[in-house]
Ligand binder design. Structure first.
Ligand code: PLP
Length: 467
């Protein structure tokens, strides 16, 4: 059995037993070793051996006899091909492509909040309470617009923290940010519609929108964020614009006030929609978070989105969309025909978490923690790799952008780092148009000490030197 084979280990084990039966090395009625002893003998995970056994049992080669163990099925004649051979998936189909994989928690994992600082105890208490007191509302079909208590809590939070005045009816809970984009495109857009997209801009949403048939016009960003004038020149008749005004993703600057007004003005005059992606505005290390673009939206052109992925955990897969009051009915009609955000239990738990004050406390703690952890990584990068990169100053967020000093292929560097277990992404992948300079995108929230950060940056240094 070899780990380098294209066949997964469980399939190799499955083949091994079938062959042994076919060649008479194992006869009907023979006892086979237990999963545990086989796993330890072959140095395999128990799950791998169990999987092979399950397939062999389901295909009639093995038979389980409870405490008496597993035997080769009695009466098994000459080996016949299984009715449904187990297909071996090509390895290229088992994981998303490099740069698109958001799963896991490898060092530098982008977009991941501090998992060790998640308030587990409070969460477990809320979870226990909700499971014990499951109400009828939690057992019937949920409202596809989201759990009302959570929508109310979000509306209150946005009023206080983001300067957005809205009623809970305008809030739609969605399955992540892409769930919010999906709802917008079903309700207001058509395939073929052109939209401005920040260049560079969030890779996964860009792919999502393109796959939905929308045409994205790259619009450059500069020190003041999206260059609205360029957008007007490049695609004056665009139907929508997707922007990250508080903290441009991934460059980190805020959209300046003149640009905000210019963008709103363009949207009003063209009757275009602005999708505001306010993904990590809660984390700002100097001064108060900037108010949302939506707070200036007097003509109802802005569709505002926020997510619980950074402020709580991405595993919840919960985000939200705030729609103009005049469009609540239209969105309601549409959302009725979509899958909605799933179970109400996690939604009800977040609502309690927010209304009981845990959320505000958690955010306050995380702001202080992230400022420290950011410093660990920036210091390590400057000390160990300062001759090869420089860190872009950023006022907030949970990622670092480091520009490469020399002309170098950032994609190659990032993919080599990934192959070595460091979840670093290339800035070039976030760009729609080619640019000469490269950069590395890195999450910093999970480095609990300066020593951890330094060790990870040293690993990157070693990868870099070898690449
Ligand atoms: C720019 C940007 N927007 C939105 C999101 C949130 O996505 P989701 O709600 O699907 O986790 C992310 C996550 O990393 C992001 O980087």
């Amino acid at each position: 059995m070899t780990r380098t084979s294209a066949n997964p280990l469980y399939l190799q084990l499955y083949d091994h037993f079938r062959e042994a039966i076919a060649h008479g090395r194992l006869s009907p009625g023979d006892r086979v070793p237990s999963v545990r002893s086989l796993a330890s003998e072959l140095g395999l995970a128990r799950g791998t051996v169990e999987l092979a056994f399950q397939v062999l049992v389901s295909e009639g080669y093995f038979m389980t006899r409870g405490a008496a163990g597993t035997i080769v099925a009695p009466g098994l004649g000459a080996l016949t091909e299984p009715a449904h051979p187990v297909p071996a998936l090509p390895t290229s189909h088992t994981r998303p492509a490099q740069g698109l994989d958001e799963t896991g928690a490898a060092p530098f994992q982008l977009g991941l909040p501090a998992l060790d600082a998640f308030p587990r105890k409070t969460w477990a208490r809320l979870c226990g309470r909700h499971q014990r007191t499951l109400q009828t509302a939690g057992m019937t079909y949920p409202d596809p617009a989201g759990h009302e208590a959570l929508r109310r809590a979000i509306a209150t939070y946005l009023g206080i923290s983001r300067g957005i005045s809205c009623s809970h009816e305008q809030v739609f809970v969605t399955t992540g940010y892409r769930g919010a984009l999906d709802l917008v495109r079903h309700t207001l857009l058509r395939a073929g519609d052109v939209g401005w997209y920040e260049d560079p801009g969030y890779l996964l949403a860009r792919i999502f929108l393109e796959r939905a048939g929308l045409k994205l016009q790259p619009v450059p960003v500069d020190d003041e964020g999206l260059n609205v004038n360029e957008g007007k020149k490049l695609a004056p008749k665009a139907r929508f614009a997707v922007v990250t005004p508080t903290h441009q993703s991934p460059m980190g600057m805020a959209l300046s006030l003149p640009r905000r007004l210019e963008l709103l003005d363009w949207a009003s005059s063209r009757k275009a929609w602005i999708i505001e992606d306010d993904y990590d505005s809660e984390f700002r290390y100097h001064g108060r978070p900037l108010p949302a673009l939506k707070s200036l939206d007097h003509d109802e052109r802005v569709l505002y989105t926020g997510t619980f992925s950074k402020v709580l955990i991405p595993g919840l897969r919960l985000a939200y969309l705030v729609v103009p009051a005049s469009l609540v009915g239209t969105f309601r009609d549409e959302v009725t025909h979509l899958p909605g955000p799933g179970s109400i239990v996690p939604q009800a738990m977040i609502a309690d978490f927010m209304t009981a004050g845990h959320f505000a406390l958690h955010l306050r703690k995380m702001r202080a923690l992230y400022a420290t952890r950011r410093r660990y990584v920036v210091d390590a990068l400057t000390e160990i790799l300062g001759d090869r990169l420089f860190v872009q100053p950023q006022a907030g967020g949970i990622h670092i952008l480091a520009h490469l000093k020399a002309r170098r292929n950032d994609k190659h560097l990032a993919s080599t780092a990934c192959a070595n277990g460091l979840a670093i992404r290339a800035l070039s992948d976030w760009r729609l148009r080619k640019a000469s300079s490269g950069g590395l995108l890195m999450g910093f929230a999970n480095f609990a000490s300066a020593a951890d950060a330094s060790a990870a940056v040293q690993r990157l240094d070693a990868v870099w030197r070898a690449a």
